[in-house]
Ligand binder design. Structure first.
Ligand SMILES: Nc1ncnc2c1ncn2[C@@H]1O[C@H](COP(=O)(O)OP(=O)(O)O)[C@@H](O)[C@H]1O
Ligand SMILES: [Mg+2]
Length: 423
């Protein structure tokens, strides 16, 4: 089978690397950032649109396209690629609206009985002022459209809530937004591969969104993640399958979505039970990095069978895995690029370690002893794997300690909550 993975981040490096290990994979194409870092992968150009991608796939006799990021999914690339006869892992544009519109997602959840925080849709600031007091506590404010992690505020005062909403309507260009009841509890990410009729749950994972240790500082694309999440046992997973994913599938059928791809539920485990904070329509970044490392079996039959609408779900042994993101100086506000990365070669050879590239540039031809430079905010995802999270974390941080570049930022406390015995 010939597979093309769309997208340029660490998530796509992890997916391409894992897919390429399959005995069924004859050749794997990935973005140049990924292909330059991973021997054996073929490089793709940047496609201006889905039609250009389809033409490339036809020329290269590609069988399966795996779409990594949300933007092309929301823009309908799956629909175009499928219409050209390709098998595609990624929902159609209508299914992707579960991520592309937070309001569409909340309305879907309400309609199909998926547990989620109470909410109200507001069309202007007057409506916001009218509704902001209705939840008892200060509500969470969410912009409707894709906002790269900047569209949600968890304000501590009504004034802040109204101000964030006002920003959304003016500078943010939003025409509608959500006020949502504020919940509390630990968060987990639960990802499932689906053909639209059945789901194959992946182990639960947890990411770390804030830049600083102790979950302080600005929001980022994600500074680390790990899997599994202690305490999230098989009984809990079975419950989540029943109360979240079964109604999700019922909704997909009823709405007629062509949902062949990944469904990601961002969950909060509240005292009153689990609640869905959001759906994403693709693999998480960086959750995918530890998920791919933790999986002992072959992922390609899962992706392929979902893409052709006949999901072949089967049990798979998994280990623990933990990913530490190394970010450049100034990230996330104003990341500096062009710094040389040292120690990669040594770190790469350490046992139980896999390094995924998210924002690097290779100097010289491929195949040459590589010199890598930073070229983005999130630069590397240093991922450890082991029988336990403690071993996975030790492997990841031992490798992190070998790598440096000027201004390198990372968190030393990835997985701390899972590793500390008192919590
Ligand atoms: N109803 C809520 N109550 C409390 N916190 C929330 C609520 N909704 C979202 N959050 C917090 O805001 C974060 C971002 O919200 P989310 O819906 O996941 O949007 P996005 O990931 O697109 O920014 C969540 O991870 C969670 O910490
Ligand atoms: Mg989220």
């Amino acid at each position: 089978m010939r597979i093309l993975v769309l997208g340029t981040g660490g998530r796509e490096h992890a997916l391409s690397w894992k897919i390429a290990q399959s005995p069924l994979a004859e050749a794997v194409w990935a973005s140049s950032v990924v292909a330059d870092a991973e021997p054996g992968l073929k490089s793709i150009p940047e496609f201006p649109d889905a039609a250009a991608c389809a033409a490339f796939c036809a020329a290269q006799s590609i069988d399966l396209v795996v779409i990594g990021p949300e933007a092309p999914l929301v823009a309908g690339w799956s629909d175009v690629l499928r219409a050209s006869g390709l098998a595609v892992f990624g929902p159609d544009a209508r299914g992707a609206r579960l991520e592309g519109s937070k309001i569409a997602a909340k309305e879907f959840m309400r309609k199909y009985g998926i547990p989620t925080a109470d909410f109200v849709v507001c069309r202007d600031l007057e409506e916001v002022r009218g509704h902001v007091g209705r939840f008892g506590a200060v509500p969470v404010v969410k912009y409707d459209g894709l906002a790269a992690g900047k569209g949600v505020a968890v304000p501590s005062t009504i004034g802040e809530a109204v101000a964030f909403a006002g920003e959304g309507f003016t500078r943010g260009g939003q025409t509608r937004l959500l006020l949502e009841e504020r919940l509390t509890g630990p968060e987990i990410s639960l990802l499932a591969i689906t053909d639209g009729r059945r789901v194959h749950l992946l182990p639960p994972s947890q990411d770390h969104k804030r830049l600083g240790e102790g979950d302080l500082g600005p929001n980022t694309g994600g500074m680390g993640a790990y899997t599994p999440v202690p305490g999230c046992d098989p009984a809990r997973l079975a419950e989540l399958e029943r109360i979240v994913f079964e109604p999700f599938l019922a909704g997909v059928a009823e709405e007629g979505f062509d949902y062949r791809g990944l469904i990601y539920a961002g969950l909060m485990l509240t005292e009153a039970g689990p609640s869905v904070l959001e759906f994403n329509c693709r693999f998480g970044d960086p959750e995918t990095q530890p998920l791919m490392c933790s999986m002992d079996g072959d992922i390609l039959p899962l992706l392929w069978s979902a893409a052709i609408g006949r999901l072949a779900s089967r049990g798979m042994d998994t280990q623990a895995s933990l990913c530490v993101v190394l970010a450049s100086r100034g990230y996330p506000a104003d990341p500096r690029t062009g710094d040389e990365i040292h120690g990669l070669e040594e770190a790469r050879l350490m046992p139980g370690v896999k390094i995924f590239h998210a924002g690097t540039r290779r100097e010289g031809d491929r195949g040459e002893a590589g010199r890598f430079f930073t070229r983005g905010g999130r630069v590397l995802g240093v991922t450890g794997v082991g029988e336990t999270l403690t071993l996975a974390a030790a492997a990841a941080y031992a490798a992190v300690d070998k790598i440096h570049f000027p201004g390198m930022q990372y968190r030393r406390d990835i997985g701390a909550r899972a590793l500390s015995p008192q919590e």
